[in-house]
Write a protein that binds this ligand. Structure first.
Ligand SMILES: [Zn+2]
Length: 119
């Protein structure tokens, strides 16, 4: 790995901050099934619980589903990137096993593939 330790710790901080934010957002529309792997399921049973805005909630749920899935997917890639950091395999493209450009990692610390494979 050619990423220097300063850059690596900056990327780790960015990942941890992103993880916290994603967990916060997911916590509003889903419940955690397994926080280690970022597994969430949408909250169904909240609908209709003594809320004045039931209709709004059903609509919100329907709107939330794709959002929930996108957030969950993002969270899982953040968790994966953090575990790769611990294993020392961070920054390696999953597809071609080449190092991912540092500029790409800085822009998107949870990137799992290099820019060539992304295309
Ligand atoms: Zn690649």
């Amino acid at each position: 790995m050619t990423i220097d330790s300063k850059t690596l710790s900056e990327l780790k901080e960015a990942l941890l901050a992103e993880k916290a934010k994603l967990e916060e957002n997911l916590g509003r529309i889903a419940k955690s099934v397994d926080s280690k792997i970022g597994d969430y399921e949408p909250v169904f049973d909240e609908i209709g619980n003594d809320r004045e805005d039931n209709t709004t909630e059903v609509e919100a749920y329907t709107d939330n589903l794709p959002v929930e899935m996108a957030l969950e997917k993002k969270l899982q890639s953040v968790i994966l990137a953090l575990s790769k950091m611990e294993q020392g395999t961070y920054g390696i493209c999953e597809n071609c096993q080449q190092e991912i450009a540092i500029e790409r990692l800085k822009a998107n610390p949870s990137a799992q593939t290099c820019i060539t494979c992304k295309k």
